[in-house]
Design a protein around this ligand. Structure first.
Ligand SMILES: Cc1cc2nc3c(=O)[nH]c(=O)nc-3n(C[C@H](O)[C@H](O)[C@H](O)COP(=O)(O)OP(=O)(O)OC[C@H]3O[C@@H](n4cnc5c(N)ncnc54)[C@H](O)[C@@H]3O)c2cc1C
Length: 375
């Protein structure tokens, strides 16, 4: 039988690939098990704070499609507010497929093994090892990283992550077209019930989408797109459309067990207000690799440090993001007037999107303002 790997990573998306690359660079024997072919296309706007670069010892620029310098907010496509993003190139649009492939390429160059078309169906603890089973057979590893995305069911039996995950409903549209205002990302509140829609420019077209954050179905999705696309100078029915459920942050949960951690969407880390999921996927992959490295070297407490770090560096901000979302998306018109249209608000949102600020820095004032106006 094949000797056990140090770490088996289940899922080759942003979270799994970032974990694998750090572990492989640290000299561990890593296998990435990806259920599909790799790279795998997935619905994602690709908007990402450039500050994630700090977590990687190699340039992420090959995955960057567009640098965003301006964010434009509207209410039902009108009443615009424009925020100039602070600093040098703080917000990127990446091609998700290229980002995942880039990270996996560095992981394999550092010695990780990538097995494609290898869906993991079950995990079992056998003494000090884990056995991973799938139709392609089984293999053993000292530690497991569950990085299998929003639809993953692998964490629940191990009591990792949220026991009853919450989901946003999304529709993603990829449109090939000449791009106007290539440095401006757009967000509209008001067209989507309990949510928002966005349009991100990329090379040769736009990544457009909408998400509903309270309740499950964006019932008005097609109607919204019929209004949004012509506003961008596009045919109302243009683009390739994909609907999917996105697991969002819904509370502080344990993200580690005995030789196992959960990262990215599988750990319900996605921002419940603005659907930012790439940054927490990369952060959790990086943080999990650091803790697993210590654990594999014999520090039995190291995995608990991963859960604690994610709570401190991400969860505390998301707890405020969830409260803001619950108030804002119930009274979005008031939210837009009092939250977005304030002179300082666009700059604050830009700072949150570029990773310079957390929701906790603004939340108490925003919520008080919204509740006071409601009452
Ligand atoms: C429409 C839409 C737009 C979005 N736009 C943005 C955006 O602009 N900015 C942003 O920050 N976030 C965005 N997000 C969120 C972001 O895409 C996710 O949070 C991010 O992809 C999470 O990465 P991940 O690695 O955890 O999961 P994924 O990228 O989903 O990767 C999981 C991987 O695991 C594999 N897998 C699943 N099950 C198994 C199994 N049993 N065995 C083996 N492999 C398995 C899958 O094939 C997949 O490759 C968007 C999401 C949606 C739906």
């Amino acid at each position: 039988m094949q000797p056990p790997f140090d770490v088996a990573v289940v899922g080759g998306g942003a979270a799994g690939a970032s974990c694998a690359v750090h572990l492989a660079l640290a000299g561990f024997n890593v296998v990435v098990l990806e259920q599909g072919p790799s790279p795998r296309s997935k619905p994602c706007g690709g908007g990402m704070a450039a500050s994630v670069q700090q977590w990687f010892p190699f340039a992420l620029s090959p995955a960057v499609d567009q640098v965003i310098r301006r964010v434009r907010f509207t209410w039902c496509l009108e009443d615009p507010v424009v925020a100039e993003l602070p600093g040098e190139a703080p917000f990127w649009i990446v091609q998700r497929q290229r980002l995942d492939a880039h990270l996996l390429q560095h992981a394999t160059a550092a010695g990780a093994e990538l097995r494609q078309n290898w869906p993991v169906h079950a995990l079992q603890r056998l003494g000090t090892l884990w056995e991973l089973q799938g139709p392609a057979g089984s293999l053993r590893a000292r530690a497991v990283v569950i990085a299998a995305g929003s639809s993953s069911a692998l964490g629940a039996p191990l009591a990792l992550g949220s026991p009853r995950p919450r989901y946003a409903s999304t529709i993603a549209v990829e449109v090939s077209a000449p791009v106007q205002e290539s440095e401006t990302a757009r967000f509209d509140f008001g067209l989507v019930h309990h949510g928002f829609c966005w349009s991100f420019p990329r090379q040769g077209g736009y990544s457009i989408g909408l998400g509903t954050f309270i309740g499950r179905e964006p019932a008005d999705g097609q109607t919204v797109l019929e209004q949004l696309l012509p506003d961008l100078g596009l045919e109302a029915d243009s683009g390739v459309r994909t609907s999917c459920a996105l697991r969002i942050w819904d509370g502080h949960h344990r993200l580690h067990g005995d030789g196992v951690v959960v990262v990215g969407d599988a750990a319900s880390l996605c921002d419940p207000f603005l659907a930012e999921g790439i940054r927490p996927a990369l952060l959790s992959g990086t943080a999990a690799a650091a803790s697993l490295g210590q654990w594999l070297r014999g520090d039995g407490q190291a995995l608990a440090l991963y859960s604690a770090r994610m709570r401190r560096e991400w969860g505390e901000s998301m707890a405020w993001g969830k409260r803001i979302a619950q108030v804002f998306y119930r009274v979005p018109r008031i939210g837009y007037q009092l939250g977005i249209k304030r002179p300082t608000a666009p700059q604050r949102i830009a700072q949150i999107l570029s990773g310079q600020m957390g929701y906790g820095d603004i939340a108490q004032r925003v919520i008080k303002r919204l509740l006071f106006q409601q009452g």
